[in-house]
Design a protein. Sequence first.
Length: 283
Amino acid sequence: MCQVIRVKPDLKKVINKARIANKSIGLVPTMGALHQGHLSLVKMSKSQYDVTITTIFVNPTQFNSKEDLVKYPKTEAADIKKLTDMGCDYVFIPTSKEVYDIKPTLKIDFGYLEHILEGKHRPGHFNGVGLIIMKLFGLVQPTGAYFGQKDLQQFSVITTLIRDFELPINLHLAPIIRENSGLAMSSRNQRLTTTEQESASIIYSTLKQAKNQLLKGVAKELVLKNAIETFNMAEGVKLEYFEIVDAETLQDIGTVSAGDRLALCAAAFVAEVRLIDNIIIEI
Ligand code: AMP
């Protein structure tokens, strides 16, 4: 059984016990409504660390849409069962009051990352992510922590935290787990009907289309134009952005040349639900 922890003092007891026993700790932060993507992170952590702690917390400070926060799927009992089946040792499921008993005074500014891609379209989002992740790092003191490539810019933000604060934590990036249709697994997919999920698969198919064109040497501007046209023709899907950026810095690139590592990133709304996805390629 995956042991459920709800309050910070209980979490501290578990952490102290693990540390005294010299056990390494793997942390998997999530917002719940767990799917195979989340569980792949748990599996990796279990293979690398002695103790795995998953956290489930729908962090209000990282939502910039009230509706998105209120409608975020919650499936706690099913999540605990999935974690138990995966052999996860502990799951920390605090309330908002428990987490933010002391209101944070800090604001974290991630520099240029605030002005591109997700940062640009979700003002304040990464401050919320940074604060909760620092809090979880402080509470759990993990040896390693796992994050998915689906939230690529989040990974850059956390890399920045680790580097700037010199945190002794191994950071692991996990590949994107997809539905058979290619749609990246996401808790928010639960808010879509089957037909809407089918429409949403255009996000990945267009990323793949762009990847193939770039690999064939089609100019970046034309690739972008084609991608935008594909979205314009699709029903029920509204593209927010489609960008081709440097995979490391996530910054805009000029012309594409051999050896470049690129991230193709997209965000789109399907029936009011905002979805993101990306592909990393090497030219
Ligand atoms: P979330 O619950 O959406 O905050 O996600 C928790 C963690 O799981 C984040 O590090 C995500 O990047 C990761 N994750 C979400 N969806 C996927 C997926 N389809 N494949 C792999 N990892 C994922």
